[in-house]
Design a protein around this ligand. Structure first.
Ligand code: MG
Ligand code: ZN
Length: 364
């Protein structure tokens, strides 16, 4: 009997080993480092716009696992960014506008709090104010996203170790809290260049590089998102960390129904994907997850309608005529891309709250 059990264990062991891919242990290993990238308002057509405009050369091609997620909130068929990010950060569907709180307005522990207790370092990077709904859901709890002064106060007292974004106006007259909570904060007005710092003695490091939202990628933002992501990774680069990076303004381009705005923000986001994927390839212990809170604008990539000499309208399938069908968000399912140890957990069909559950299952 004993012998049979031993043979079974040996057999299972061999079978188990053979199923682990040699490259990164995708799907089986647990990651040490987790980077969640959120393209706010980035639905499948926003991603498709990159393929159309860049001749298939996007970094989305490099992901090994893809899933689809339902972004619905607790209060509405269509979510806003607050309920959307709270689902990722806290694992609970809530009402539109809520930050880190459930439908009954009680605070729910977020990933930053839970992972900090497991000795992870944590960071948030955004091209909006750092107090805007998406990043705020990862470190604060408030009944409404508009309470950004309150959210700024909570950021300084939170477990976050690194942040970069806009929103300096919400941090005015908070020098004593910055000191009390060991922050080194750079609020130089210009977004360029953000220095890539190692710790250099700073216990916690923050960049507030604009009064409110940062400039657009098309105007003066330069390489901020890439530089800030690099600064975050350089600062946090020790055994375990969780980092959230948001391409905040894909959503703003969608609200403005401005295709070139959306596309330039997508290109900026894609550059950051290239950087973090290079890092994860080398590191081998970093899980990269890319998704969106919802789609914005109801973007369609239609064939161009052309009228010929006879007055007949033809569809030119070789020319794209982008059009937006709303100035708001939509209910479209959202793709999730993953790379690195644990990536296989992100395939399939699931709810936005499952992103939280999967991350917690995988985190050490
Ligand atoms: Mg956002
Ligand atoms: Zn929006």
């Amino acid at each position: 009997m004993k012998k049979a059990v031993y043979s079974l264990i040996i057999l299972l062991g061999i079978a188990g080993c053979s199923t682990i891919p040699k490259t990164q242990g995708h799907g089986t290993k647990k990651p040490k480092r987790i980077i969640l990238l959120i393209g706010d308002g980035m639905g499948l057509t926003q991603i498709s716009s990159l393929y159309v405009e860049s001749d298939n050369t996007t970094n989305f091609n490099r992901f090994t696992h893809v899933g689809l997620m339902n972004p619905k909130s607790a209060s509405h068929k269509i979510t806003d960014s607050a309920a959307g990010a709270t689902a990722f950060a806290c694992g609970k569907k809530t009402y539109n506008g809520a930050i880190g709180m459930g439908p009954d307005t009680t605070s729910i522990p977020n990933l930053v709090e839970i992972l900090s207790a497991r000795k992870y370092e944590t960071g948030v990077v955004a091209t909006s104010a750092i107090t805007h709904a998406t990043p705020a859901s990862f470190y604060s709890h408030t009944i409404h996203r508009k309470l950004e002064y309150d959210i700024a106060g909570q950021l300084l007292k939170s477990d976050i170790d690194f942040f970069a974004g806009g929103g300096s106006k919400y941090f005015a007259h908070r020098e004593s809290d910055m000191k009390l909570y060991n922050w080194t904060i750079d609020s130089s007005k210009s977004v360029q260049p953000i220095p890539v710092k190692s710790r250099q003695g700073a216990e916690r490091l923050g960049y507030l590089l604009g009064e409110n939202g940062l400039p657009t990628a098309q105007t003066d933002r330069g390489n901020f998102l890439h530089n800030a992501s690099e600064a975050a990774i350089t600062f946090l680069d020790k055994s375990k960390y969780f980092l959230m990076i948001e391409g905040s303004q894909i959503d703003w381009g969608g609200h403005a129904n401005d295709y070139s705005y959306v596309n330039s923000e997508m290109k900026d986001f894609d550059k950051v994907l290239g950087y973090v994927l290079d890092y994860a390839e080398k590191d081998g212990e970093t899980l990269i997850i890319v998704t969106a809170d919802h789609e914005t604008g109801g973007l369609a990539l239609n064939p161009k309608a052309e009228t010929d000499l006879q007055g007949k309208t033809n569809r030119n399938y070789d020319s794209i005529e982008p059009s937006f069908t709303t100035g708001g968000h939509t209910a479209a399912l959202i793709p999730v891309f993953a790379y690195g140890p644990g990536a296989a957990h992100f395939t399939g069909m699931y709810e936005n709250t499952d992103i939280f559950k999967k991350i917690l299952e995988l985190a050490r």
